[in-house]
Design a protein around this ligand. Sequence first.
Ligand code: HEM
Length: 458
Amino acid sequence: EKPESMSLYPLGTAAAPEPELLCIFGTGDLGRSLGQRLLQSGYKVVYGSRRPHSCGPVPQGAQVMSHTAAAQSASVVFICIQREHYGFLEQLAPQLKRKVLVDVSNNLRKNLYPEANAEYLQRLTPEAYVVKAFNTLSAWALQNGPSDSNRQVYLCGNSTEAKEAVTEIATRLGFSVQDRGSLSAARELEDFPLQLFPLWRLPLRLAFGLTAFFFFYLLTRDVIYTYATQKKDISFRIMVSLANKVFPIVSLIMLALCYLPGVIAAVFQLYRGTKYRRFPDWLDRWMLCRKQLGLLALAFAFLHVLYTLIIPIRTVTVLCRTDCHFKMKENQTSELDTTIAWRSDSYYSMGILGFGLYVLLGITSLPSVSNALSWREFSFIQSKLGYLTLFFCTFHTYLYGWDMFLRSSYYKWYTPPGYMLSLLVPSVVLVLKLLLLLPCVDRSLTRIRQGWERTEPQ
Ligand code: HEM
């Protein structure tokens, strides 16, 4: 039902490169920015306007005509108009026949209309070739050209030739293009700019939930318990002591949650005996946000380290005024207990090593760094060193707890100390990982990942 050929201008022959003429409908911010960028990239630009003589300023070098005249003069027309005003394009359909129409529009919120803007445009002008493109860029990005973080242009459309024409233009403007398929993908593209940190949402909710839970848990165990049983007010501890428990606990759990889905995925593959079956959706989604989960966990670890740094200052300036004063007067000296010294030095050291590797993981997840690494290097750091980080941090916490779990006085109101809860997920992940590293299990898993499939007995 679609005509075979199109009247596209041949692009720049080597001998006499006559600048190609492109048409823009709409002289708003987006239309003007796009026009300016096209002119700078060596195109000629003509604007189509309802009021060609009073449409406001357009970039220097561009012409303004009526919609009909402008549409007739070019083979590619950018529609920089809001969807509500598309109606008049229906009357223009004969002039837009066989033209490439680039729909750059966006909506203010999702599901505002039953069909995507680009599909609506295609319905109004059935014989034009509609391509959805450029809508993920702001007017600012269009005018200033691509920057490192803003190089990608997504497009979709039903005509391959039309998409090629738009790809040529986008490439000449300095963008890199990703083809997302037919026009039915337009709705997805139109939803892109409306998403607010989509991959951060789950990790942020988790961080918030865990922080709130542990805050109230520890508040009850430490502050309220002391008040209820000894009538002593130690609520000042909320600011430093409590914070310095909540942050590392949440950090450790979230770090472990970065590695848990990988282990679960391996168990799935072993159980199913193939790598070719899809993981459940929840596991996919969880795997996709591991980086954000890890970066948040790193931020919490940073807070723990900063709080730990001020503990000696706080002890000297606030607490020693009361407590140490008496101790010094009594002039007591006690024997150095080497076991205790070993324990505390080791847990500091484990914490520092863990934190060092944690920072390394964070740095290598930045696109500019990870792009400079090969896939093997990246996965070595994120996987092998990742598990080592988890091990150091977990060991740091075990050493900190030491024999606390044996003493009943720590189970206030029959609840375990916070650090014990924080050890649950990391311990499960590390034990599962160790099991997966057993030679017989590792061998099967490697074979499955290389494409081997276990055939079910008939
Ligand atoms: C507890 C030091 C890194 C997780 C502690 C404590 C100290 C400490 C002094 C005891 C706090 C207290 O007495 O209340 C350090 C140092 C680190 C470091 C010097 C690195 C420079 C880490 C990292 C993690 C971590 C990277 C992992 C996320 C924990 C946990 C606790 C703890 C879960 C127990 C919190 C509690 O319930 O009291 N650390 N740490 N630490 N640390 Fe670290």
